[in-house]
Structure formats: structure tokens, C-alpha cells
Ligand binder design. Structure first.
Ligand code: PLP
Length: 397
């Protein structure tokens, strides 16, 4: 029996992670024999590794003999700041006070809630998030002691988080909002007007914005606008109230490197750096060198982007319906019943896709906005994407 004082009811309240649920859904089922299995479940970019990775790693192996600085070595923070200035046309960003290295954005997106939520508030504050969402937002908010408030992102809203659906009383008690643009899983991309609207709300109601922009380099037509860019353009050069996260996992197809960053408001960066000096999620120094090389190189990013675009074209040509996302490499497909479809896709076509319901929570009306959908990751190139669409097109539920 567990002593009441050592229970963790908030952890108990969280559902299992989407891939655990997927394994459970497929438990006892076998993929259709005679077909080569296609795994479109996980959002893992499968692109060739840029050559500089091995070369840089070899050059800096001695760094494994040292504890890495948790905030990131200055050479890495400078490379990140340089990329931000080039990518978003920022007048300046200070690597010493406005940038932190992260061990991939997943841990940082989780941990940030502990830096921005008051766990001793008599009435728990709200943390707002899109719905459907990257599930880390939910885990971060709940375990930090906040109440999650999910903003519906549906076909009716053009998949934008519906800021108008948030009651005044919720804004008043909001600690911060997670934003994801380009959005996993829907592919929605925020425009400057949407970000400006959110910035005005944050100022009016005194809350913070955490923008997860880790798909910023994977887009259909033009590079998505970034939150820091909109801040700078609208006279908010200190990025007040704003934190942005980005990662090499998608941009450089290096998810195993575990390297990303947090940038923005120096006051929040200092607070977060203090928290991280206790949790200590440091990336080994040789990997920080590889990361700096990756932020300084655009050619591999352009090659990857061309492949993702060709994959989206190939998929949707074969699929034969609208729905090409403005950003990300995900197809977010309305199939009527996501779980039933995923099960049938696995048993009939040897294809793994993720039921959309696993990426969403029930909204205030009791509806899960992902229920009708599946998410398919187009990460194996155009030919595989066309084959994936062909097989999914044959699934009947
Ligand atoms: C929306 C979103 N944010 C953040 C991450 C985390 O990426 P990483 O921790 O590899 O930087 C992912 C990974 O799938 C994601 O889809």
C-alpha cells in the first residue's frame, strides 16, 4: 500500500503516452503478411545524416571528459543567436542573456511549466494549449500543478487555436500558453496577425507565451513567421513575456542528437536557467559542437525540405483529397474514426498511423477533436509517401 504522502495523484491522472496507447491498440494484432510494413506513426525524420556530423564529433571527442555547461557553451549559444538573426531578421539577440541550449525541446517544453507556474497558488492557474497537441504540454502543465485549458483547433477554426473561445475568467487566471506553429499534428501555421493578437492578449491579461516552433523549417510555400520576429517587428525588441523553442531534431533530421534551444525574454530565460541548474539537462560538449555546426549550415536543411515537399505532393496526389498542411511533414486525415482506421490500416495494409484521439483531450463539451483523425508522418521520401497514400486509400472501416 502506498502512503498517502508519497502518492503522485497528478501523475496518476495523466493518460498513457500516445505510443504506449498505440502499442495497446495493436496488442494481439498482426500486420498484414506479404506487405512490407510502413511505419508512419512516429514523427521521426529519416533523412541522410549531413557529413559534418561525424567530422565534427571526431574533432571534439575530448569534450566527453568534461561536464558540459547546462545553459549551453557560449559557442553554441552564439551559433543559435546567429541563426535566429539570419532566419527572422532580428536586429539583435544576446546569446548570454536571451538564449539557452536545451537537450532537445521535449524536456524544455516540459520543464518550462515548472518555471512559469506558481505551485502554491490557492486556486491553480491555467495553462492553455492547442487541442490536438504535442502531449508534453499536457504533462508539463498538469505536473507543475496547473489546470490545462485546451483550445479547440478544428476544421471549423482552420485548425488555428480558437482564442475567441477562451472565457475572460480563464484569461485572468492564465499563467502561460503553449503555441505550436507549424503545428503537430494539424499542420496549421500561425501568421503575424495571429501572433500579434496573442501578444496583445498576453499584455492585457499578464501571461506568458511559450511558442514551440520546432517545425519552422518544414513548410509548404514560404518560411513561417516566428514569434520573436513578430515581437521585433511590433516594437517588442526585448521579447517581453515570450519564449520560443526550436530544435535540430526536425530542422536537421538529427533527433538522436538531443539538441534544441530556448530564446526570448531575458527575465524568463534567467528564471528558467536557474531551474535548469537544478535539473541539469546538459548536452555533452562534443554534441554541442555538432549542434553549432548544424545551426551554421543551411544546405542540408534545403535538401531535406525539398524531400518533405515532394513527399507531401506525392502523398496528396495519390490520396486525391485536399489537406496538404501549410507546415510539418504530417498528413492529418479525417477518416471518420481514427482508432478503427488505425487498426484496419495495420491489419489490412501493414501500415502504422497514430489515432488522432491520442493527441487530444476531451474539450469542455466532452468531444475529443482528434477522434475522427489519424496522423501519418511522411518521413521516408516521395515514393514511400505515394505507397503509403495508396495503401491508406484501400483501408475500409
Ligand atoms: C511539436 C513538437 N514539439 C517538440 C518536439 C520535441 O522534439 P525534440 O525534443 O526532439 O527537440 C516534437 C517531437 O516530436 C514535436 O512534435
Amino acid at each position: 500500500m502506498t502512503k498517502a504522502l508519497s502518492r503522485q495523484p497528478r501523475l496518476d491522472a495523466l493518460g498513457d503516452y500516445p505510443f504506449t496507447r498505440l502499442r495497446r491498440l495493436f496488442g494481439g494484432l498482426a500486420p498484414s503478411p506479404g506487405l512490407t510494413p510502413i511505419d508512419a506513426g512516429a514523427g521521426e525524420p529519416r533523412r541522410p545524416q549531413p557529413e559534418f556530423v561525424a567530422a565534427t564529433l571526431g574533432q571534439y571527442l575530448a569534450g566527453f571528459s568534461h561536464y558540459p555547461p547546462t545553459a549551453g557553451a557560449m559557442f553554441l549559444r552564439e551559433a543559435i543567436a546567429g541563426w535566429l538573426v539570419r532566419r527572422y531578421g532580428l536586429p539583435a539577440i544576446d546569446p548570454a542573456t536571451q538564449v539557452l541550449a536545451a537537450n532537445g525541446t521535449r524536456e524544455a517544453l516540459f520543464a518550462v511549466a515548472h518555471a512559469l507556474v506558481n505551485p502554491d497558488a490557492i486556486e491553480p492557474p491555467y495553462v492553455l494549449m492547442p487541442n490536438p497537441m504535442y502531449q508534453i504540454y499536457l504533462g508539463g502543465a498538469v505536473l507543475a500543478g496547473a489546470r490545462p485549458w485546451a483550445l479547440p483547433c478544428t476544421a471549423d477554426t482552420g485548425f488555428a487555436p480558437d482564442l475567441d473561445a477562451v472565457p475572460e475568467r480563464v484569461w485572468e487566471r492564465t499563467a502561460f500558453i503553449y503555441v505550436c506553429s507549424p503545428s503537430n499534428p494539424t499542420g496549421w501555421v500561425a501568421d503575424a496577425a495571429w501572433y500579434r493578437r496573442l501578444l496583445a492578449l498576453a499584455e492585457r491579461h499578464d501571461f506568458y507565451i511559450v511558442a514551440d516552433e520546432c517545425y519552422s523549417e518544414i513548410y509548404r510555400t514560404s518560411p513561417p513567421v516566428g514569434l520573436l520576429e513578430v515581437c521585433a517587428q511590433s516594437g517588442r525588441g526585448d521579447f517581453a513575456r515570450c519564449l520560443v523553442m526550436n530544435s535540430l531534431s526536425k530542422r536537421s533530421a538529427l533527433p538522436g542528437l538531443r539538441s534544441g534551444f530556448i530564446a526570448g525574454d531575458a527575465r524568463l530565460i534567467a528564471r528558467f536557467a536557474k531551474l535548469r541548474s537544478y535539473t541539469g539537462p546538459a548536452t555533452p560538449l562534443p554534441l554541442q559542437h555538432v549542434a553549432a555546426a548544424a545551426w551554421n549550415d543551411e544546405s542540408h536543411v534545403a535538401t531535406n525540405l525539398a524531400s518533405y515537399r515532394a513527399s507531401l505532393d506525392a502523398f496528396f496526389t495519390e490520396w486525391g483529397k485536399d489537406g496538404v498542411p501549410a507546415g510539418t511533414f504530417f498528413a492529418w486525415l479525417d477518416v471518420g474514426d481514427g482508432e478503427a482506421f488505425a487498426r484496419a490500416a495495420y491489419t489490412e495494409q501493414a501500415v502504422t498511423v497514430l489515432p488522432g484521439a491520442y493527441l487530444a483531450i476531451e474539450d469542455a463539451s466532452g468531444e475529443n477533436p482528434g477522434r475522427r483523425y489519424v496522423r501519418a508522418a511522411l518521413v521516408d521520401g516521395p515514393e514511400a509517401a505515394a505507397e503509403l497514400a495508396k495503401r491508406l486509400g484501400q483501408v475500409r472501416i
